[in-house]
Design a binder for this molecule. Structure first.
Ligand SMILES: Nc1ncnc2c1ncn2[C@@H]1O[C@H](COP(=O)(O)OP(=O)(O)O)[C@@H](O)[C@H]1O
Ligand SMILES: [Mg+2]
Length: 358
Protein backbone atom coordinates (compact mmCIF):
# COMPACT_ATOMS: atom_id res chain seq x y z
CA UNK A 1 0.00 0.00 0.00
CA UNK A 2 1.36 3.35 -1.07
CA UNK A 3 -0.07 6.82 -0.83
CA UNK A 4 0.96 7.85 -4.31
CA UNK A 5 -0.80 11.20 -4.67
CA UNK A 6 -2.41 13.77 -2.42
CA UNK A 7 -4.49 16.89 -2.91
CA UNK A 8 -5.17 19.25 -0.05
CA UNK A 9 -7.42 22.32 -0.09
CA UNK A 10 -7.94 24.92 2.63
CA UNK A 11 -6.55 22.73 5.41
CA UNK A 12 -4.89 24.73 8.25
CA UNK A 13 -2.39 27.09 6.58
CA UNK A 14 -2.32 25.07 3.34
CA UNK A 15 -4.40 26.79 0.69
CA UNK A 16 -3.72 24.17 -1.94
CA UNK A 17 -1.22 21.35 -2.40
CA UNK A 18 -0.96 18.75 -5.13
CA UNK A 19 1.76 16.23 -4.35
CA UNK A 20 3.21 12.98 -5.65
CA UNK A 21 4.92 10.80 -3.09
CA UNK A 22 7.76 8.34 -3.05
CA UNK A 23 6.73 4.81 -2.00
CA UNK A 24 9.49 4.71 0.64
CA UNK A 25 10.72 7.96 2.09
CA UNK A 26 9.28 11.48 1.82
CA UNK A 27 10.96 14.32 3.67
CA UNK A 28 9.39 17.75 4.28
CA UNK A 29 11.81 20.47 5.27
CA UNK A 30 10.96 24.00 6.32
CA UNK A 31 11.23 26.59 9.09
CA UNK A 32 8.97 26.71 12.15
CA UNK A 33 5.31 27.46 11.49
CA UNK A 34 5.68 26.81 7.76
CA UNK A 35 3.01 24.08 7.64
CA UNK A 36 4.95 20.80 8.05
CA UNK A 37 2.84 19.37 10.86
CA UNK A 38 -0.30 20.58 9.07
CA UNK A 39 0.61 18.48 6.06
CA UNK A 40 1.16 15.37 8.23
CA UNK A 41 -2.15 16.14 9.88
CA UNK A 42 -3.87 16.12 6.46
CA UNK A 43 -2.23 12.77 5.59
CA UNK A 44 -3.26 11.35 8.97
CA UNK A 45 -6.81 12.59 8.48
CA UNK A 46 -7.00 10.72 5.21
CA UNK A 47 -6.47 7.37 6.93
CA UNK A 48 -8.00 7.99 10.34
CA UNK A 49 -10.81 10.44 9.72
CA UNK A 50 -9.54 12.59 12.58
CA UNK A 51 -6.61 14.79 13.54
CA UNK A 52 -3.87 13.88 16.01
CA UNK A 53 -3.76 17.47 17.29
CA UNK A 54 -7.35 18.46 17.90
CA UNK A 55 -10.92 17.19 18.01
CA UNK A 56 -12.16 20.58 16.81
CA UNK A 57 -12.84 20.66 13.10
CA UNK A 58 -13.03 24.46 13.07
CA UNK A 59 -9.30 24.54 13.87
CA UNK A 60 -8.55 22.58 10.70
CA UNK A 61 -10.51 24.71 8.25
CA UNK A 62 -8.28 27.42 6.84
CA UNK A 63 -9.00 30.77 8.41
CA UNK A 64 -11.76 32.62 6.57
CA UNK A 65 -12.88 29.51 4.65
CA UNK A 66 -15.93 27.24 5.07
CA UNK A 67 -14.41 23.82 4.64
CA UNK A 68 -11.37 21.74 3.72
CA UNK A 69 -10.80 18.85 1.37
CA UNK A 70 -8.17 16.10 1.40
CA UNK A 71 -8.03 13.51 -1.40
CA UNK A 72 -5.54 10.66 -1.63
CA UNK A 73 -4.76 8.03 -4.24
CA UNK A 74 -3.67 4.82 -2.56
CA UNK A 75 -2.07 2.06 -4.61
CA UNK A 76 -2.20 -1.51 -3.40
CA UNK A 77 -1.49 -4.69 -5.40
CA UNK A 78 -1.80 -2.83 -8.70
CA UNK A 79 -5.13 -1.20 -7.81
CA UNK A 80 -5.80 2.41 -6.91
CA UNK A 81 -8.41 3.53 -4.39
CA UNK A 82 -9.36 7.15 -4.06
CA UNK A 83 -10.03 8.31 -0.52
CA UNK A 84 -11.69 11.68 0.00
CA UNK A 85 -12.48 13.72 3.09
CA UNK A 86 -14.57 16.85 3.01
CA UNK A 87 -14.68 18.76 6.25
CA UNK A 88 -16.72 21.73 7.39
CA UNK A 89 -16.56 23.36 10.82
CA UNK A 90 -19.22 20.95 12.09
CA UNK A 91 -18.85 17.67 10.27
CA UNK A 92 -16.81 15.47 7.94
CA UNK A 93 -17.85 13.45 4.96
CA UNK A 94 -15.80 10.43 3.95
CA UNK A 95 -15.84 9.01 0.45
CA UNK A 96 -14.08 5.91 -0.79
CA UNK A 97 -13.99 5.43 -4.56
CA UNK A 98 -16.67 8.10 -4.89
CA UNK A 99 -19.10 6.36 -2.51
CA UNK A 100 -19.99 7.68 0.95
CA UNK A 101 -18.33 5.56 3.66
CA UNK A 102 -20.05 4.49 6.87
CA UNK A 103 -17.21 5.55 9.15
CA UNK A 104 -13.54 6.23 9.63
CA UNK A 105 -12.75 2.53 10.19
CA UNK A 106 -13.33 1.96 6.48
CA UNK A 107 -10.54 4.41 5.66
CA UNK A 108 -8.11 2.54 7.87
CA UNK A 109 -8.36 -0.65 5.86
CA UNK A 110 -7.15 1.32 2.80
CA UNK A 111 -4.57 3.57 4.41
CA UNK A 112 -3.58 3.04 8.05
CA UNK A 113 -1.06 5.71 9.08
CA UNK A 114 0.75 5.72 12.41
CA UNK A 115 2.28 8.85 13.91
CA UNK A 116 5.18 9.62 16.20
CA UNK A 117 5.11 13.29 17.09
CA UNK A 118 6.37 15.47 19.94
CA UNK A 119 3.24 14.54 21.94
CA UNK A 120 3.85 10.80 21.69
CA UNK A 121 4.60 10.48 25.45
CA UNK A 122 0.90 11.21 26.16
CA UNK A 123 0.31 7.57 25.34
CA UNK A 124 2.01 6.75 28.65
CA UNK A 125 1.22 9.87 30.66
CA UNK A 126 -2.46 10.36 30.09
CA UNK A 127 -5.43 8.24 31.14
CA UNK A 128 -6.30 4.79 29.80
CA UNK A 129 -8.39 6.01 26.86
CA UNK A 130 -5.39 6.60 24.61
CA UNK A 131 -3.92 3.22 25.45
CA UNK A 132 -7.23 1.46 24.77
CA UNK A 133 -7.41 3.18 21.40
CA UNK A 134 -3.82 2.16 20.70
CA UNK A 135 -4.57 -1.42 21.69
CA UNK A 136 -7.75 -1.61 19.63
CA UNK A 137 -6.09 -0.09 16.57
CA UNK A 138 -3.56 -2.92 16.76
CA UNK A 139 -6.22 -5.60 17.22
CA UNK A 140 -8.24 -4.16 14.33
CA UNK A 141 -5.32 -4.82 11.96
CA UNK A 142 -4.74 -8.43 12.91
CA UNK A 143 -8.27 -9.62 13.74
CA UNK A 144 -10.87 -9.29 10.94
CA UNK A 145 -13.80 -9.76 13.35
CA UNK A 146 -12.71 -7.06 15.73
CA UNK A 147 -14.78 -4.14 14.42
CA UNK A 148 -18.06 -6.05 14.36
CA UNK A 149 -17.58 -7.38 17.89
CA UNK A 150 -16.48 -3.96 19.16
CA UNK A 151 -19.63 -2.39 17.70
CA UNK A 152 -21.83 -5.11 19.24
CA UNK A 153 -20.25 -4.56 22.64
CA UNK A 154 -20.71 -0.80 22.56
CA UNK A 155 -24.29 -1.07 21.39
CA UNK A 156 -25.06 -3.37 24.32
CA UNK A 157 -23.22 -1.03 26.69
CA UNK A 158 -25.20 2.02 25.51
CA UNK A 159 -28.49 0.16 25.89
CA UNK A 160 -27.54 -1.15 29.32
CA UNK A 161 -26.51 2.31 30.53
CA UNK A 162 -29.76 3.77 29.22
CA UNK A 163 -31.70 1.09 31.08
CA UNK A 164 -29.86 1.98 34.30
CA UNK A 165 -31.40 5.45 34.28
CA UNK A 166 -33.79 6.04 37.23
CA UNK A 167 -36.91 6.33 35.09
CA UNK A 168 -36.48 3.02 33.27
CA UNK A 169 -37.51 -0.49 34.27
CA UNK A 170 -34.67 -1.95 36.42
CA UNK A 171 -35.08 -5.39 34.81
CA UNK A 172 -34.22 -3.99 31.38
CA UNK A 173 -30.53 -3.49 32.23
CA UNK A 174 -29.88 -7.19 32.80
CA UNK A 175 -31.48 -7.99 29.43
CA UNK A 176 -28.26 -6.66 27.88
CA UNK A 177 -25.91 -8.60 30.14
CA UNK A 178 -25.61 -11.71 27.97
CA UNK A 179 -24.72 -9.68 24.88
CA UNK A 180 -22.29 -7.56 26.88
CA UNK A 181 -20.65 -10.67 28.32
CA UNK A 182 -20.42 -12.47 24.97
CA UNK A 183 -18.99 -9.56 22.99
CA UNK A 184 -16.84 -8.39 25.91
CA UNK A 185 -15.40 -11.86 26.41
CA UNK A 186 -14.45 -12.04 22.74
CA UNK A 187 -12.83 -8.57 22.80
CA UNK A 188 -10.89 -9.53 25.89
CA UNK A 189 -9.55 -12.66 24.15
CA UNK A 190 -8.60 -10.71 21.04
CA UNK A 191 -6.78 -8.07 23.06
CA UNK A 192 -4.83 -10.69 25.04
CA UNK A 193 -3.85 -12.52 21.86
CA UNK A 194 -2.72 -9.24 20.31
CA UNK A 195 -0.60 -8.30 23.33
CA UNK A 196 1.08 -11.70 23.11
CA UNK A 197 2.02 -10.80 19.53
CA UNK A 198 3.18 -7.30 20.44
CA UNK A 199 5.20 -8.03 23.58
CA UNK A 200 8.31 -9.75 22.11
CA UNK A 201 8.85 -6.97 19.54
CA UNK A 202 8.31 -4.30 22.17
CA UNK A 203 10.80 -5.99 24.50
CA UNK A 204 13.31 -6.11 21.66
CA UNK A 205 12.84 -2.41 20.77
CA UNK A 206 12.92 -1.45 24.45
CA UNK A 207 16.29 -3.10 24.88
CA UNK A 208 17.68 -1.51 21.72
CA UNK A 209 16.41 2.02 22.38
CA UNK A 210 16.58 2.28 26.16
CA UNK A 211 18.68 -0.64 27.26
CA UNK A 212 15.85 -1.56 29.64
CA UNK A 213 13.43 -4.40 30.20
CA UNK A 214 10.00 -3.27 28.89
CA UNK A 215 6.85 -5.28 29.55
CA UNK A 216 3.10 -4.76 29.26
CA UNK A 217 0.59 -5.35 32.03
CA UNK A 218 -2.93 -5.80 30.70
CA UNK A 219 -5.94 -4.90 32.84
CA UNK A 220 -9.10 -6.38 31.40
CA UNK A 221 -11.54 -3.86 32.90
CA UNK A 222 -12.47 -5.85 35.99
CA UNK A 223 -10.59 -7.34 38.95
CA UNK A 224 -8.08 -9.95 37.81
CA UNK A 225 -9.24 -12.56 40.32
CA UNK A 226 -12.77 -12.77 38.97
CA UNK A 227 -14.53 -13.35 35.65
CA UNK A 228 -16.30 -10.57 33.73
CA UNK A 229 -19.60 -12.20 34.68
CA UNK A 230 -18.75 -12.29 38.40
CA UNK A 231 -17.60 -8.69 38.24
CA UNK A 232 -20.83 -7.61 36.53
CA UNK A 233 -22.93 -9.32 39.19
CA UNK A 234 -20.88 -7.81 41.99
CA UNK A 235 -21.12 -4.36 40.41
CA UNK A 236 -24.91 -4.46 39.90
CA UNK A 237 -25.88 -2.28 42.91
CA UNK A 238 -23.20 0.28 42.23
CA UNK A 239 -24.14 0.37 38.52
CA UNK A 240 -27.74 1.09 39.44
CA UNK A 241 -26.80 3.75 41.98
CA UNK A 242 -24.58 5.67 39.52
CA UNK A 243 -26.55 4.74 36.39
CA UNK A 244 -23.49 3.46 34.58
CA UNK A 245 -21.71 0.17 33.87
CA UNK A 246 -18.53 0.17 35.95
CA UNK A 247 -16.87 -2.99 34.71
CA UNK A 248 -16.11 -4.30 31.25
CA UNK A 249 -13.68 -4.08 28.36
CA UNK A 250 -14.52 -0.38 27.99
CA UNK A 251 -12.53 0.08 31.23
CA UNK A 252 -9.44 -1.85 30.11
CA UNK A 253 -5.91 -0.49 30.28
CA UNK A 254 -2.40 -1.54 29.37
CA UNK A 255 0.30 -0.62 31.86
CA UNK A 256 3.75 -0.13 30.38
CA UNK A 257 6.41 -1.33 32.80
CA UNK A 258 10.12 -0.66 32.80
CA UNK A 259 12.22 -3.05 34.85
CA UNK A 260 8.98 -4.09 36.53
CA UNK A 261 7.89 -0.57 37.53
CA UNK A 262 5.18 1.56 35.96
CA UNK A 263 6.95 3.54 33.21
CA UNK A 264 5.61 6.96 34.14
CA UNK A 265 6.91 6.52 37.68
CA UNK A 266 10.27 5.18 36.63
CA UNK A 267 11.64 6.99 33.56
CA UNK A 268 12.28 10.57 32.41
CA UNK A 269 10.13 12.47 29.90
CA UNK A 270 12.74 11.83 27.20
CA UNK A 271 12.71 8.10 27.90
CA UNK A 272 8.91 8.12 27.91
CA UNK A 273 8.99 9.55 24.40
CA UNK A 274 11.32 6.79 23.27
CA UNK A 275 9.18 4.20 24.97
CA UNK A 276 5.98 5.47 23.36
CA UNK A 277 7.79 5.55 20.01
CA UNK A 278 8.89 1.94 20.62
CA UNK A 279 5.25 0.97 21.25
CA UNK A 280 4.15 2.60 18.02
CA UNK A 281 6.93 0.95 16.01
CA UNK A 282 6.24 -2.45 17.58
CA UNK A 283 2.60 -2.09 16.57
CA UNK A 284 3.64 -1.25 13.04
CA UNK A 285 6.03 -4.23 12.96
CA UNK A 286 3.24 -6.61 14.01
CA UNK A 287 0.96 -5.15 11.35
CA UNK A 288 3.69 -5.46 8.70
CA UNK A 289 4.34 -9.08 9.66
CA UNK A 290 0.63 -9.81 9.03
CA UNK A 291 0.24 -7.70 5.89
CA UNK A 292 3.62 -6.77 4.41
CA UNK A 293 3.70 -3.39 2.69
CA UNK A 294 0.50 -2.18 4.41
CA UNK A 295 1.91 0.39 6.82
CA UNK A 296 2.71 4.08 6.72
CA UNK A 297 4.52 6.11 9.34
CA UNK A 298 4.43 9.86 9.97
CA UNK A 299 7.38 11.22 11.92
CA UNK A 300 6.93 14.81 13.02
CA UNK A 301 10.18 16.59 13.71
CA UNK A 302 12.01 13.68 15.38
CA UNK A 303 15.26 15.66 15.51
CA UNK A 304 13.70 18.26 17.83
CA UNK A 305 12.88 15.70 20.50
CA UNK A 306 15.81 13.34 20.70
CA UNK A 307 19.55 13.66 21.05
CA UNK A 308 21.83 12.43 18.26
CA UNK A 309 22.50 8.91 19.49
CA UNK A 310 18.90 8.07 20.46
CA UNK A 311 17.61 9.65 17.27
CA UNK A 312 20.00 7.52 15.21
CA UNK A 313 18.86 4.34 16.98
CA UNK A 314 15.19 5.18 16.54
CA UNK A 315 15.57 6.00 12.86
CA UNK A 316 17.48 2.76 12.27
CA UNK A 317 14.50 0.82 13.64
CA UNK A 318 12.18 2.93 11.49
CA UNK A 319 14.23 2.23 8.39
CA UNK A 320 14.24 -1.53 9.04
CA UNK A 321 10.42 -1.55 9.09
CA UNK A 322 10.34 -0.70 5.42
CA UNK A 323 7.02 1.18 5.50
CA UNK A 324 6.15 4.35 3.57
CA UNK A 325 7.60 7.27 5.50
CA UNK A 326 6.51 10.91 5.77
CA UNK A 327 9.03 12.82 7.85
CA UNK A 328 9.35 16.50 8.78
CA UNK A 329 12.51 18.34 9.79
CA UNK A 330 13.96 21.83 10.08
CA UNK A 331 17.01 20.74 8.08
CA UNK A 332 17.45 18.02 5.45
CA UNK A 333 20.40 16.30 7.17
CA UNK A 334 18.50 13.70 9.21
CA UNK A 335 20.77 10.83 10.24
CA UNK A 336 19.90 7.18 9.76
CA UNK A 337 17.18 7.24 7.11
CA UNK A 338 19.39 7.60 4.02
CA UNK A 339 18.40 9.79 1.10
CA UNK A 340 14.73 10.68 0.74
CA UNK A 341 13.08 9.41 -2.42
CA UNK A 342 11.18 12.69 -2.48
CA UNK A 343 12.22 15.91 -0.78
CA UNK A 344 9.81 18.83 -0.33
CA UNK A 345 10.37 22.36 0.80
CA UNK A 346 7.66 23.88 2.98
CA UNK A 347 7.18 27.61 3.46
CA UNK A 348 4.12 29.73 4.34
CA UNK A 349 1.83 26.74 3.75
CA UNK A 350 3.24 26.09 0.27
CA UNK A 351 4.80 22.69 -0.37
CA UNK A 352 7.21 22.42 -3.29
CA UNK A 353 9.06 19.31 -4.49
CA UNK A 354 12.82 19.69 -4.64
CA UNK A 355 13.95 17.64 -7.66
CA UNK A 356 11.61 14.82 -8.73
CA UNK A 357 10.51 11.80 -6.67
CA UNK A 358 11.96 8.30 -7.17
N1 LIG B 1 -7.02 26.96 10.53
C1 LIG B 1 -5.90 27.62 10.20
N2 LIG B 1 -5.91 28.54 9.19
C2 LIG B 1 -4.79 29.19 8.83
N3 LIG B 1 -3.59 29.02 9.43
C3 LIG B 1 -3.52 28.12 10.44
C4 LIG B 1 -4.66 27.40 10.87
N4 LIG B 1 -4.29 26.57 11.88
C5 LIG B 1 -2.98 26.81 12.08
N5 LIG B 1 -2.50 27.73 11.22
C6 LIG B 1 -1.13 28.26 11.10
O1 LIG B 1 -0.37 27.32 10.37
C7 LIG B 1 0.99 27.59 10.59
C8 LIG B 1 1.78 26.31 10.43
O2 LIG B 1 1.61 25.45 11.50
P1 LIG B 1 2.38 24.05 11.56
O3 LIG B 1 1.88 23.14 10.51
O4 LIG B 1 2.23 23.58 12.95
O5 LIG B 1 3.89 24.44 11.22
P2 LIG B 1 5.26 23.63 11.41
O6 LIG B 1 4.92 22.23 11.74
O7 LIG B 1 5.97 23.78 10.10
O8 LIG B 1 6.00 24.32 12.51
C9 LIG B 1 1.07 28.27 11.95
O9 LIG B 1 1.59 29.56 11.78
C10 LIG B 1 -0.38 28.35 12.41
O10 LIG B 1 -0.68 29.56 13.03
MG1 LIG C 1 5.46 21.23 13.47
Amino acid sequence: MTLARLEVDEFRCIERAELRFDPHYNLFVGPNASGKTSLLEAIFFLGRGRSFRTRRLDRLVRQGKDGFRVVGWVESAGRTSVLGIGGSRQTTEIRIGGTAAAGAAELASHFPPQIIDPEVHKLLEEGPQRRRRFLDWGVFHVEPQFLEVWQRYHRALRQRNAALKPDSDPRMASVWDSELLAAGGRLDEMRRAYLDLLSPTLADYGRQLLGLDVTLAYQAGWAHDESFEQALVRSADRDRRFCITHVGVHRADVGVRVEGQLARERVSRGQQKLLAAALTLAQLAVQEARAPGSGALLLDDPAAELDGERLGLLLELVRALNVQLFVTALRPDLPGLGHPGALFHVEHGRITPVGSPG
